[in-house]
Ligand binder design. Sequence first.
Ligand code: FES
Length: 141
Amino acid sequence: MAGYPVEEASYIILIRVCALIGFVLQYTGGNQLAEEGFVRVGNLDNLSDGDMMQVKIGKQDVLIANLNGKIHASSDVCPHQFYQLSTGDLDGDVVRCSLHGAEFDLKTGEQLPGKYNQFGSLPVYEVRVTGSEIWVKNPAV
Ligand code: FES
């Protein structure tokens, strides 16, 4: 490369090749996930440990949570009176519904014993992380 010492030019070429390989791997990985029914819903940079957020997959409200660096996905709809769980409190792996206090384990979807526990568990969805992208299996597939 004109104007660069040979060693510096080698580093620049190496960095460009690595960036290209990363792009190709991410692109082809995403295509594979999309073919398997996964939907890209967000980025790890926007979901720190202990955070949760709501995403839409089709008409489904889906809760995404970062639990100790592992991403989990479930329905974001409380089975009691259909309130948005992602507005509740997250304590470890457990989300507490902010409307009446029902609690759910976000790793399993199971409702914990206590208030309003007769309304059932949450559906949980498969998650894949590729690079920094978060993908969730479309509940409708
Ligand atoms: S709506 Fe969630 S506990 Fe009542």
